[in-house]
Design a protein around this ligand. Sequence first.
Ligand SMILES: Cc1cc2nc3c(=O)[nH]c(=O)nc-3n(C[C@H](O)[C@H](O)[C@H](O)COP(=O)(O)O)c2cc1C
Length: 353
Amino acid sequence: MNWENELTQKLGVTYPIIQAPMFGVTTPEMVAAASKAGCLGSLALADLNAEQCLELIKKTKQLTDKAFAVNIFVHEIPEVTDELREKYSKTKTFLEELAKQNQIEVNLPEINEIKVNSYHEQLDVIISENCKIVSFTFGNLDNQSIEKLKNNGTILIGTCTSVNEALILEQSGIDIICVQGIEAGGHRGSFTNENIPQIGGLSLLSQVRDSVKVPIIYAGGIYNARTILAAKTLGAEGFQIGSLLLNSEESALKDFEKERLKKLKEDEIILTKSFSGRYARGIKNTFIEAVENSDFILPYPYQNKLTGEFRKAARIQNNSEFVNLWIGQSIGKLSEESTTIILKNLIEEVDKN
Ligand SMILES: Cc1cc2nc3c(=O)[nH]c(=O)nc-3n(C[C@H](O)[C@H](O)[C@H](O)COP(=O)(O)O)c2cc1C
């Protein structure tokens, strides 16, 4: 296949394949390993504070001299009302009880102890570190931020899960759109509606292609040559690979998490708001069942922050029933080889087709 296209030129890569940003899984080593395969690495910065972002960017720069994308969460921060305080307190009590019943020792934060970072503080670090590719999810950047980044020569990649979201991104001057099909592992990038659009990749990608002119990256369910070629036929110039890299050598997952992923059955994968307050795709477990059957789901990012301490404690105990294990719908063999090898094998498979 002739891989060269508008995206390879814009992103300065040999192959228009993007190692998906996966917060909690992606490491600077994974980003460097993707670059080594001639692909674009993406450093997941989620909603980390400026100092943490700086440390990760610097570490990645030490491992690769290639350009990589930094990925951030661009979301609204709900106001802390009396109603939210009350619900937070009840949810905290519910989770403490759940932890106790399952012999997990937790120390959950009070709402006043939670620090919610805004993406604006991340942008200053991103600009001062001269990161030239920024991808984002959960929303759209405000006009001022778009202008600031563009003045620094930054290429912007926004995530959509509907045609409407794609149009909003294009109209605000975003350079590249990442179309995320419902198959994708992890959080939905949806940002226009409480009820997320649950559109399959086939329908979504083709319709977004009909609606926007900017280059498109497709994310969701890509795991082999056939899925890449299908996405290409439907209008994608770039291919974002997430779940396929979950068990790779450079993944930050612990051994018990990788073992759980290896045993996964297809009917165990669901969309849930229970961990973070936003819909994400992952493996159904005891935590999800307990929270889904309760009234205790706070808006993002409060649910995320509150359950974060719970998950940390469960992770220390290697307890896969109480941690979030995100994965998409294409759950074939999860290789434990290096990200470089996994991506190179994929490229070779496409080239043989
Ligand atoms: C464990 C995990 C964490 C993720 N974290 C992020 C993230 O931090 N930022 C983001 O834009 N997308 C995130 N995603 C979504 C991926 O970037 C990508 O859209 C998705 O993995 C593609 O679908 P696939 O898993 O079927 O390959 C995550 C996905 C997974 C599986």
